[in-house]
Design a protein around this ligand. Sequence first.
Ligand SMILES: CC(C)(COP(=O)(O)OP(=O)(O)OC[C@H]1O[C@@H](n2cnc3c(N)ncnc32)[C@H](O)[C@@H]1OP(=O)(O)O)[C@@H](O)C(=O)NCCC(=O)NCCS
Length: 150
Amino acid sequence: MSQKFKVVLMTNDTVRQVADIEAECFTNPWSYDSFLSELSNPVSLTWVAMDGENNAAGFLNAYFVLDEASLNNIAVREQYRRQGVGHQLLQTAFQHCRKNGVASFTLEVRQSNTAAISLYEKLGFRKTGERKGFYSQPDEDAFLMTKRFQ
Ligand SMILES: CC(C)(COP(=O)(O)OP(=O)(O)OC[C@H]1O[C@@H](n2cnc3c(N)ncnc32)[C@H](O)[C@@H]1OP(=O)(O)O)[C@@H](O)C(=O)NCCC(=O)NCCS
């Protein structure tokens, strides 16, 4: 896959773009201030995929605690979708997992979110449970999905 996008860690300079993507993609978005505070959260990493003109195309935030990773959010701006950005962001997080002895990576996803579920399954996540009523706006159950590294 050609790497048109460069994946870098979020900095003060990219928080605004990340918060804008979040607001475009989710009905219950994390705020600008939430992302800003993630910069000083020791268990949190946020990666941003930048295009050749320094525009953020998408981002991923996950928490890393002991040997467990959990995905909080991944989103790609609509005009950049189906170009491998989500795949590249997750591969970057997997590299971090492998380097740091992470054993499992978990996430929740809306049961109707076929795009995200396809991406996760392609990258080795498997459905391992359900969380009833996990989402609001609109109300929906979640699948719990897990990828194991060891
Ligand atoms: C889910 C999301 C992050 C995928 O990002 P993306 O950059 O478009 O995904 P990629 O281009 O890396 O896709 C990789 C693979 O995932 C699968 N996939 C991605 N989008 C898909 C779709 N709409 N329908 C079916 N499969 C899809 C395909 O297998 C795809 O490979 P292909 O394009 O070679 O067929 C993006 O659709 C998004 O931001 N959605 C809104 C936010 C969201 O729902 N986030 C997840 C919350 S749990």
